[in-house]
Design a protein around this ligand. Structure first.
Ligand code: SF4
Ligand code: MG
Length: 334
């Protein structure tokens, strides 16, 4: 059966005065019904543009779909018109962002905003919508009297994020996209919000695409992980496999940069160098300028995705080497 979300060879380019920026450059990602999938990478690797594309929120122009498709429950989202988008966004797919204040309108009460969001998709009168709003807020752990008549600035950051989650979930979307939902929150609140999202996933069956630079968050939440670098998928694996045996040097670098609670280190590891300028991608492997294993072929030819098993790929020439070694029946010791 078809997955709930199927992004196939999707390309999203920006046309600017200084040239074409290939922000998303041929990406394949799937999310099954009820599944929680992590999309990780440093900022500027294309994960946010990918997720905004699933929401139809990339302004076109300057953005332009340059190839591929995004199918949600069988519908190609890249072909939806304005009117159709209004039915899909907030209803079949919703999104929450990092900074709650940017998505809650400061001049309207929580109740007004929620009622508004509900009535866009459900034929309910204001009273019924208000009741549904209160009920959904209770589901996300907010039961305080009078909350519906409060304004966003009267709430803490953690509460605002709960309200955002309630608003995103109120129409029971099939897919929730969460872009760095806990990054701005302190550690305790962060854990509570992740708990909440996990519980909602279990109780409602809403699938989650979790966008984050933090593999720690992914470990808490996700069944499967997709790693993006420079507009492409570079590795994909289920969560245990990825942590036990990361294959792509970029993934290995990301894993090394997770802070360890049990170890006191003065300085956290970070991958040397920066993500490449998308207007002038390096020749060959896009990660080569930062890769400690780079070989001659890496600087000449771009690696494709090597399939390493079910739902397991890596975009790295080292896999070719390993394959040849295996074919020759030798083992290489590094
Ligand atoms: Fe490193 Fe080469 Fe693999 Fe790129 S293809 S990640 S440069 S080893
Ligand atoms: Mg981002």
């Amino acid at each position: 059966t078809e997955p709930l979300l199927e992004i196939s060879q999707f390309k999203l380019h920006f046309h600017t005065d200084k040239g074409v920026v290939k922000a998303v450059d041929g990406v394949d990602i799937t999310v099954g019904e009820g599944e929680v999938v992590g999309l990780v990478g440093e900022s500027g690797c294309g994960k946010s543009v990918t997720s905004l594309s699933v929401m139809g929120l990339v302004p076109q122009p300057p953005g332009k779909v340059a190839g591929g498709s995004i199918r949600l429950a069988g519908k190609d989202l890249t072909r939806l018109g304005r009117k159709e988008w209004r039915k899909v966004r907030g209803n079949e797919v919703s999104m929450i962002f990092q900074e709650p204040m940017t998505s809650l309108n400061p001049v309207f009460t929580i109740g007004n905003q929620m009622v508004e969001a509900i009535r866009q998709h459900r034929k309910l009168d204001k009273k019924e919508a208000r009741r549904l709003a209160a009920e959904t807020l209770r589901e996300v752990g907010i039961s305080r009297e009078g909350i519906l008549d409060e304004y966003p600035h009267q709430l803490s950051g953690g509460m605002r994020q709960r309200v955002m989650i309630a608003m995103a979930m109120v129409c029971r979307p099939k897919l929730l996209i969460a872009d760095e939902p806990t990054t701005a929150l302190d550690v305790t609140i962060q854990a509570q919000i992740l708990d909440l999202m996990r519980r909602l996933n279990e109780e409602t069956g809403t699938a989650i695409l979790m966008i984050t630079h933090d593999l720690g968050v992914v470990a808490e939440m996700c069944e499967r992980v997709v790693v993006m670098y420079a507009g492409q998928v570079v590795e994909q694996a289920d969560i245990q496999t990825l942590f036990r045996d990361p294959r792509h040097p970029y993934t290995q670098g990301l894993l090394k940069s997770i802070p360890k609670l049990d170890k006191r280190t003065d300085r956290l590891y970070s991958i040397p160098g920066n993500v490449p300028n998308p207007r002038s991608m390096p020749q060959g492997c896009r990660f080569a300028p930062r890769c400690e294993f780079a070989m001659d072929i890496c600087r000449e030819k771009e690696p494709g995705l090597f399939t390493l098993g079910e739902n397991r790929v890596s975009r790295c020439w080292l896999e070719e080497e390993k394959k040849e070694d295996a074919d020759r029946g030798t083992t290489t010791v590094h």
